[in-house]
Design a protein around this ligand. Structure first.
Ligand SMILES: [Zn+2]
Length: 203
């Protein structure tokens, strides 16, 4: 039986039993049929692969949003490699240990939280720009980012509190609705009883 390699775990499996993801290449065979790239996966591995793909897409979208925001904030055509690296380090949770970078993967602050913190700190950043002269875009970027890093926990805590208040509010409203429903039901029941009585009194 023909075996193919799983694109996720790298080990081989029987071709017939594996999932196949086929993508058209836009190129054509001599006989006119379109060429496909085929990737094979174990069933279980495919689930992992899909999850990973969705995660990466979400990450890319959140990064794009942050990138556009920062381009505007710093009035730049684009961010430099060095700036992007700093953002990636913050996202990944890269730490310096004895002047060596210890790399991790997506263990730091989510891009969404970084963006939230920038927005939350806007006034503070604009003020900093008013009273400080920055030598270069990089200096401004690095200075702003240090403000962001020191504000991140505050923003996280604030978001946590807001979410908590929200869930309390929701549960209070739910309870009120439930109570109202019970009252309505009771009223209806009494009314029905009365109706029954009314009818019986006529009879
Ligand atoms: Zn596999």
């Amino acid at each position: 039986m023909r075996e193919v390699k799983c694109q996720w775990c790298g080990s081989k499996g029987v071709k017939k039993e594996m999932l196949c993801e086929a993508k058209p290449t836009g190129k054509y065979n001599k006989n006119g049929t379109e060429k496909y790239i085929r990737k094979y996966f174990h069933d279980k591995c495919y689930v992992q692969y899909e999850k990973d793909k969705a995660f990466k897409e979400k990450e890319a979208n959140e990064f794009d949003e942050l990138y556009l925001y920062l381009k505007d904030l710093h009035r730049l055509e684009g961010l430099s490699k060095r700036m992007i690296e700093r953002l990636q380090d913050l996202r990944n949770g890269t730490v310096k240990y004895q002047s060596q970078k210890v790399k991790r993967y997506k263990k730091g602050v989510p891009f969404r939280d970084i963006l939230d913190t920038y927005k939350y700190s806007e006034q503070q950043l604009h003020k900093a720009r008013d009273y400080k002269q920055f030598e270069s875009p990089w200096h401004e970027f690095a200075y702003f980012l240090s403000i962001i890093v020191s504000n991140i926990n505050e923003v996280k805590e604030r978001n946590r509190r807001l979410a908590q208040q929200d869930s309390i509010r929701t549960s209070v409203i739910k309870k009120q609705i439930q109570l109202q429903d019970e009252i309505d039901l009771e009223v209806k029941r009494n009314k029905n009883k009365k109706d029954e009585l009314d009818i019986s009194s006529l009879l």
